[in-house]
Design a protein around this ligand. Structure first.
Ligand code: UD1
Ligand code: CA
Length: 456
């Protein structure tokens, strides 16, 4: 197959975003807008991807950090034709070039494939019909209904402005022809710019076939110019991801109240209640249930686990059939084996908890190894930090930690040990024994009175 080169135009400043961040680095689904376009380009298996950058160039390059891309600087933004001219020296002699826009994140792989197929015969552009075409380049057709030219809004006559078929900016053509046409571009138009769209008339003059594929999926060709576009496209992106999950058999209580900011992989019969956010790579095994208002990032939640509402999980593994939440927080490095229970207001950090153990109420367990069938009572704190160093707590199988216990790390609680409620444990506790460390005696002072408010 002849070689395919893809040029992504991304030099525009994005003035209407009113932001110091280059437009193409604003996010859709937690990914830069430009990253979505690059992902589409990669799906087409090109020999080369060339990104024409300008405003905030270094920042864009760094954020994308992708060796597969040829970066071309367009120091001055003199128009879309000028932008492609900057890329021309890098284009392979034979084959096809596909032009994509760096600010159109929902660009569709199949539509591009279709364009590339048709453009074997000549120049093919993607158009769509817009009820309010203001600002767009109009597709001007001849008496035989063949595409004759694209006229930019600012250069168009009233009759041309009445045309509703507009240019998306996405087009494909034989590279040799493109290089020839680029040399002929002039900037004697309303905006004093080098318009890429002028090549359509050149192609017609050269008797090269020009075709417009009309798309009906307007979102897939909508560019982002302002924050309102960003929020609209984000909703469309999320709705589409929700549809994919539904098609895979996931139960969503409300397809409009889920946000996937990365990759969510679900097994069979997964159920997700409203207002959950999934970030990074999240894997939910078969029959996993996620309650309302959970935020789950880079997590592996295994078969049959139930995550109750308002739980926050970051970089953690939850074993099969475990019960987490409501209001639990699993922080990085937490690995829970099967059948564990973590209840309300429990924070775990870098804690590895083995099969069947329970930490049900109001506890902090950090930098800890917890064995099998351990019961950690309400209000237990592992004191893992002395202000400079972190220390580990080890709790062996079958231990029972009474409520309101502080475990001053480094410390080991032996197998089957019991720690009496209210203890502050500073030394290792032996296996199978009861260890307690409380004030020696309980005293009562009769006649003692609480302070009274003085009445005015
Ligand atoms: C362009 C098209 C118009 C089409 C519209 C669709 C031209 C002359 N016009 O118009 O027919 O209907 O897109 O949105 O092509 N860019 C550069 N360097 C430049 C100028 C632009 O890289 O010097 C990039 C921008 O970053 C953007 C894309 O090209 O990603 C389109 O630029 P924009 O200014 O939005 O083009 P329009 O005038 O809207
Ligand atoms: Ca535009």
């Amino acid at each position: 197959m002849a070689s395919l080169n893809i040029v992504i135009l991304a030099a525009g400043k994005g003035t209407r975003m009113h932001s110091d961040t280059p437009k193409v680095l604003h996010h859709i689904g937690h990914q830069p807008i430009l990253a979505h376009v690059i992902a589409c380009a990669k799906a087409l298996n090109p020999q080369k991807i060339i990104v024409v950058y300008g405003f905030g160039g270094e920042q864009v390059k760094q954020a994308l950090n992708d060796d597969a891309i040829t970066w071309v600087n367009q120091a001055e933004q003199l128009g879309t034709g000028h932008a492609v001219q900057q890329a021309a020296p890098y284009l392979d002699e034979n084959g096809q070039t596909l032009i994509l826009l760096g600010d159109v994140p929902l660009v569709d792989v199949q539509a591009c494939q279709q364009l590339l197929e048709t453009s074997q015969q000549g120049l093919t552009l993607l158009s769509f019909n817009k009820s309010d075409p203001t600002g767009y380049g109009r597709i001007v057709r001849n008496a035989a209904n063949k595409v004759a030219a694209i006229i930019e809004h600012k250069d168009a006559t009233d009759a041309q402005r009445a045309i509703l078929e507009v240019n998306t900016g996405i087009m494909a053509m034989p590279t040799n022809q493109l290089k020839k046409w680029l040399k002929q571009l002039q900037n004697n138009n309303a905006q004093g710019e080098y318009y890429l769209t002028d090549i359509i008339a050149f192609a017609v003059k050269d008797n090269v076939a020009v075709t417009a594929e009309i798309t009906t999926d307007e979102w897939s060709v909508t560019g982002i110019n302002a924050k309102t576009d960003l929020v609209h496209i984000e909703r469309v992106y999320q709705a589409r991801q929700a549809q994919i999950l539904l098609q895979q058999g996931v139960t969503l209580k409300d397809a409009q109240r889920i946000d996937i900011r990365g990759n969510l992989t679900c097994g069979r019969d997964v159920e997700i209640d409203v207002n959950c956010i999934f970030e990074g790579n999240v894997i939910l095994g078969d029959r996993v249930y996620i309650g309302a208002n959970c935020v789950i990032k880079n997590a592996n939640i295994q078969t049959g686990a139930r995550i109750a509402p308002f739980t926050h999980i970051d970089d953690a593994t939850v074993g099969e059939q475990s019960r987490i939440g409501p209001y639990a927080r699993l922080r990085p490095g937490t690995i829970l084996a099967a059948d564990t229970h973590v209840g309300n207001f429990v924070e775990l950090k870098n804690a590895q908890v083995d099969i069947g153990s329970k930490i049900n109420h109001l506890s902090y367990v950090g930098d800890s190894t917890v064995g099998k069938n351990v019961n950690i009572g309400a209000g237990t704190i592992t004191c893992n930090y002395d202000g400079a160093n972190k220390f580990r707590t080890i709790i062996e199988d079958d231990a029972f930690i009474g409520s309101d216990t502080q475990l001053i790390a480094p410390v080991t609680i032996g197998k089957g040990a019991t720690i009496a409620a209210g203890s502050t444990i500073t030394k290792n506790a032996p296996a199978d024994a009861l260890t307690l460390c409380r004030a020696k005696e309980q005293i009562s002072i009769t006649g003692w009175k609480r302070p009274q408010k003085i009445k005015k």
